[in-house]
Design a protein. Structure first.
Length: 263
């Protein structure tokens, strides 16, 4: 039995490809770029360059958005790429933002905030594990929805106080109590069953295509010209979608269940 096992292991190893194409490497390279920019955000967080933290997290999110799309476009999706993407997301969006907020609030002066930061990190790990296990289990009507707040969106929400409190002159809310509640709510939102828009298969009606492109152009220009204000606007738009998502989701589920019942 031992010899047979060794032979099977050797066969499995010999079956592995000796070379990989650029189309296979490119999506994984984009994932690594997201990881690099996320680590740069962490570095500037330690230097208290908060605006640079926001900029680098935005860039990391762009690369994270591109890697999966490029992999599907080039038909080079793989388990390796999926695991690498999850590990990168855990570091960039699940770990760096709460630690950055901890530094922003003054570090060791806030002992309870550290507990909340750890809670956020644990919830992000659980959320990513659940996402990977549910990839092929979703019914058709749920393809455009996540269960809970996705980790990149949670990262943006967690970093919102850095820009939002200053822009709206709400610095009185920069206390351990309020920030801890905010981070805790986001952490719980990640592991909840709350349906949230994914935008992966969003269809825009023909008459709204031009206005939608104009809106995206203005938003992109705003983010590039003033990243902190653009970041804040982007996160506020996402917050508005959170209570709207369940309405559309449960309407689609009800319609789906009704059709199945009739059939």
């Amino acid at each position: 039995m031992k010899i047979r096992g060794i032979k099977l292991a050797r066969k499995a190893f010999s079956d592995r490809p000796k070379k990989f194409s650029i189309t296979w490497l490119l999506p994984n390279f984009l994932t690594i770029c997201a990881l690099i920019f996320g680590l740069q955000a962490f570095y500037h967080g330690m230097l208290e360059n908060w605006n640079l933290v926001i900029i680098f997290i935005i860039i990391a999110a762009v690369f994270d958005l591109l890697d999966g799309r490029v992999a599907r476009l080039l038909k080079s999706t793989s388990n390796f790429g999926m695991y690498l993407d999850s590990l990168s997301d855990f570091v960039v969006f699940g770990t760096i933002p709460p630690i950055t907020i901890y530094f922003w609030m003054g570090g060791t002066k806030n002992q309870y905030l550290w507990i909340v930061a750890v809670l956020f990190i644990i919830c992000s790990a659980l959320r990513l594990a659940r996402f990977n296990s549910e990839l092929s289990d979703k019914p058709t009507y749920a393809k455009n929805y996540f269960s809970g707040i996705p980790t990149p969106a949670a990262a943006f929400l967690a970093l919102l106080p850095i820009t939002g409190l200053e822009i709206f002159a709400l610095n009185e809310f920069k206390t351990e109590f309020y920030i801890s509640i905010w981070i805790s709510l986001i952490a719980i939102g990640m592991v909840s069953n709350l349906p949230t828009f994914s935008g992966k298969v969003m269809l825009v009606p023909r008459k709204f295509v031009i206005p939608f492109l104009i809106f995206l152009g203005i938003l992109s220009h705003y983010i590039i010209s003033d990243p902190t204000k653009g970041f804040t606007l982007l996160v506020l738009i996402y917050i508005i979608t959170i209570p709207i998502s369940p309405v559309f989701y449960y309407r689609l589920r009800s319609k789906f269940e009704k059709n199945n019942k009739n059939n």
